[in-house]
Write a protein that binds this ligand. Structure first.
Ligand code: 26V
Length: 818
């Protein structure tokens, strides 16, 4: 893959140095001698930018003029991670830039450390969006990622006395060199007001008379492909008060009111909602959703669709991919544009709309399915509510035609739910409107089709499909694990980073003792790097020679961090009670990383408990050198990039049927960790690929979970019948981890004993048994390494390039272009 020639600074060390100094002097206004690390980081980033700029401008132009079909990825979240290294890698400048900085007497590591990662997402869904746009750029597929430029991303997590405290993430405090504001392309986005009908040359039409509006200002970010000279665009919207709005109020003499209104408008893009499973029906969130999708649709129609382009063919020009239900209000918005503004007939508009959208569902938890109360939606977007009603009316008419007057089915399939209050079911709206609906792993898609939306599957044969998630190997192998990357290249040559199935070629190397030794040395080196990071960041000491057992993901009951903790407490209790000889226990360090939604009390209590167990275990001499529990605060993409390459064991232990896919599971396997996991989400596919010998499976499968629920699940029975479980639970209940105070963790214990929605106790015995197998397997270093290599070799399927190919072939039909 050759980098296409760019007109930019000279691609040599001198050229880079000159451009860097130029940026430092003329953009930052400082001489090298007086520049701060932040100045240097900015000038450096700008220099990297300068190399990509000509390509970017050219690609934007071609996207407009060639009128090839684009993917508009609509996502409320993009969890990008740091940009500098990625953009250096993509532009092939790493070596030149490193040498150039050395010549200026600057440590490039210090510059890297300056960048605050844009944490504009909660977890899997947002990171997936970031991986997808990386793959599309690398595959030269026309794409614009549309989203929100939150002024504050996911909160910064700190621990105070072991408890989570949230701090604002002021990621823009020192500015960002990666964004380009384009106020000249601002869109005006309206809200509120009422609708009315009017006579349009003999035709009665509806129109929306809104009561207030905001300005949506786009900020562009480069999305460079890997060494292919392609630069796609991520376009994030920022809310600003409109002048007209302020002026009107201002002229009325109420200055304070004018300022208040301004603040109100600008609140829309102020902060990312940190809830990632329980929608709260908050007005501001609906404002955010409409704000960014309306701006995006208008932006695309205004600037990317030629004036003479027949709208009836819009689907030849664009596919709007709905990343979960968050952008689904785009459906009535496009209908409004086509019917009210472009004056198309309803049926014609609906036919276009149904071809222009596709919907990805990322969950199965019923409480995570978004609904908006009719009251709120009608107040904020009255015309959209009318349109949704009409879509529903016509849809239910068709259902009636097909299935007769089956009132229960009609009620079940209605886009409007009636209980506990009248509301719009956004997943249903997306399903009715979308050309395709997909889940994110085989099991998830199957459950979505057969359990969550079976009526819709029957009504829309062929609409449901699966696209298993993936991860970008550029960030999560090449950048996160440069040593492994070099080892792979030494075996396979180059090319695997854009054709990850080539990792298969490593299978035979699993039998090569020299390769295994080299592989182990890579893991050891990564542990040393992690150790340095955790020492500097958290003051932790990672012990040499420990197995690193890592569970990093959002804190949620269904993910079952409690199960992991019960295992730790079981091992600890076994040693301190004298029933288990400490010397017989494989030395392990357990590492957690997890943020809890600020309003999720149980999740926060579990964080507290993990920290409490860690304090006691780490201070207990009886387990010294054997067990350690580390919980670095503020787990984010940057930390993930250090933790994952160092891990030996990957914990993927959700209750079967609850984790839609997981993507952390893929990152670990591709970095040579073995997985202990349930048959859930993409774990199923990982296990099928790597083979049962190279995966520690435990727990009930989804049908068994269903069956146990149906029989009536009584967690206390598991407690009573399992002595080891009883000891672990009793130790927590005794106050051993809370200075004798039994009340602190009582709610956690009670919840498990009497409710346990996610069946932690039912899977405990099986988990403990599987962990014993992990210990035994780890004792055989060679066998373990062989398995780890086979995990890498067999997981090429999980490249997000493959996910993108699946979307392109089966949903988008957007070939590479220009
Ligand atoms: C959901 C909600 C619900 C409404 C309130 C705000 C909010 C914000 C974010 C989300 C996202 C939750 C869904 C999610 O992240 N799902 C995860 O998606 C990953 C990518 O497909 C997948 O690997 C994980 O299994 C799935 O939990």
């Amino acid at each position: 893959l050759a980098l296409a020639p760019v007109t930019g600074p000279a691609s040599n060390v001198d050229g880079f140095v000159r451009q860097f100094l130029r940026n430092l002097n003329y953009e930052r206004g400082v001489p090298l001698s007086a520049s701060s690390p932040n100045d240097q980081y900015f000038a450096f980033a700008m220099t990297v930018r300068d190399y990509l700029m000509a390509r970017w401008l050219e690609d934007l132009r071609r996207q407009r003029v060639t009128q090839s079909k684009s993917v508009c990825y609509l996502s409320a979240e993009y969890l990008l991670g740091r940009q500098l290294d990625n953009n250096l890698l993509a532009s092939g400048l790493t070596d030149i830039a490193t040498e150039a900085m050395a010549q200026c007497g600057i440590d490039i590591e210090e510059l890297r450390a300056q960048e605050v990662e844009p944490g504009l997402g909660n977890g899997g869904l947002g990171r997936l969006a970031a991986c997808f746009i990386d793959s599309l750029a690398t595959m030269s597929v026309p794409n614009i990622g549309y989203g929100i430029r939150y002024e504050y991303g996911i909160f910064r997590q700190t621990f105070v006395d072991g408890q989570q405290v949230e701090q604002p993430d002021a990621w823009l405090e020192l500015g960002s060199p990666w964004e380009f504001p384009h106020p000249e392309f601002a869109q005006t986005i309206s809200f509120g007001g009422h609708t009315e009908t009017y006579d349009d040359e003999g035709v009665t039409r509806s129109r929306w008379v809104p009561s207030w509006n905001v300005r949506a200002v786009p900020y562009n970010y480069m999305v460079p492909g890997y060494l292919n000279g392609r630069v796609n665009t991520l376009r994030l919207w920022s809310a600003q008060a409109t002048n007209s709005f302020d002026l009107r109020v201002f002229n009325s003499g109420d200055y304070e009111e004018a300022v208040r209104a301004q603040t109100y408008a600008e609140n829309i893009s102020k902060v990312l909602y940190p809830e990632d499973s329980t929608p709260q029906g908050k007005e501001l969130r609906l404002q955010q959703q409409y704000f960014f999708v309306a701006a995006s649709i208008h932006d695309f129609l205004d600037h990317m669709v030629a004036d003479d382009f027949g709208l009836e063919n819009l689907a030849d020009r664009v596919i709007f991919q709905l990343n979960d239900t968050h952008p689904v209000i785009a459906v009535p918005e496009l209908m409004r544009v086509l019917v009210d503004e472009k004056k198309l007939e309803w049926d014609a508009a609906w036919a276009i709309t149904q071809k222009c959208f596709a919907y990805t569902c990322h969950t199965l938890l019923p409480e995570a399915l978004e609904v908006w109360s009719v009251e709120l939606l009608g107040r904020l977007l009255p015309r959209h509510l009318e349109i949704i009603y009409r879509i529903n009316e016509e849809f239910l008419l068709e259902v009636r035609e097909r299935f007769g007057d089956d009132e229960i089915r009609l009620r079940d399939m209605s886009i409007i739910g009636e209980f506990p209050e009248r509301s719009v079911r956004m997943a249903y709206l997306a399903t009715v409107a979308g050309a395709k609906v997909n889940g994110v792993a085989e099991l998830h898609s199957q459950l979505l089709r057969d359990k969550v939306l079976p009526d819709f599957n029957e009504f829309f044969p062929g609409k449901f499909t699966n696209v298993t998630n993936g991860i970008t190997p550029r960030r999560f192998i090449r950048l996160a694990n440069p040593e492994l990357s070099e080892l792979i290249t030494s075996a396979l040559g180059t090319g695997w980073l854009t054709d990850l199935e080539r990792l298969r070629g490593l299978e035979s190397y699993a039998e090569d003792p020299d390769f295994r030794a080299a592989f182990r040395e890579v893991k050891a080196a990564n542990k040393r790097v992690l150790s340095d990071v955790l020492r500097a960041r958290d003051g932790f000491e990672v012990s040499d020679g420990h197995m690193l057992d890592v569970m990093v993901k959002r804190l949620h009951e269904y993910k079952r961090q409690m199960l992991k903790l019960l295992h730790i407490v079981t091992v600890y209790e076994g040693i301190v009670s004298g029933r288990v000889d400490a010397a017989s226990v494989q030395p392990r360090t357990f590492i957690f990383g997890a943020k809890a939604a600020p309003g999720y009390a149980m999740a926060k209590r579990i964080i507290h408990l993990i920290n409490a167990v860690g304090s006691v275990v780490n201070a207990d001499e009886r387990v010294q050198g054997r067990l350690k529990v580390l919980f670095p605060q503020n787990y984010n993409v940057t930390l993930a990039e250090r933790l994952i390459p160092a891990a030996d064991l990957s914990e993927q232990i959700s209750l079967a049927g609850k984790e839609a896919s997981g993507t952390g599971n893929m990152k670990f396997a591709l970095n040579g960790a073995l997985t202990i996991g349930t048959d859930d989400g993409a774990n199923v596919e990982i296990r099928q690929l790597v083979g049962d010998d190279n995966f520690f499976l435990f727990g009930m499968a989804e049908p068994e979970v269903e069956a146990l629920w149906a029989r009536g699940y009584k967690p206390a029975e598991f407690y009573q019948h399992d002595e080891s479980l009883r000891r672990a639970m009793d130790l927590i209940a005794s106050g051993a981890f809370s200075g004798g105070d039994r009340s602190v963790f009582e709610p956690v214990v009670s919840n498990l004993l009497y409710d346990d929605r996610f069946m932690v106790l039912a899977d405990y015995a099986s988990y403990i048994e599987a962990q014993a197998k992990v210990d035994a397997a780890h004792a055989d270093e060679d066998a373990w390494t062989r398995s780890a290599i086979l995990n890498v070799a067999r997981c090429g399927f999980f490249s997000s390039d493959r996910s993108m190919r699946d979307y392109i072939d089966r949903i988008w039909h957007t070939p590479p272009a220009f």
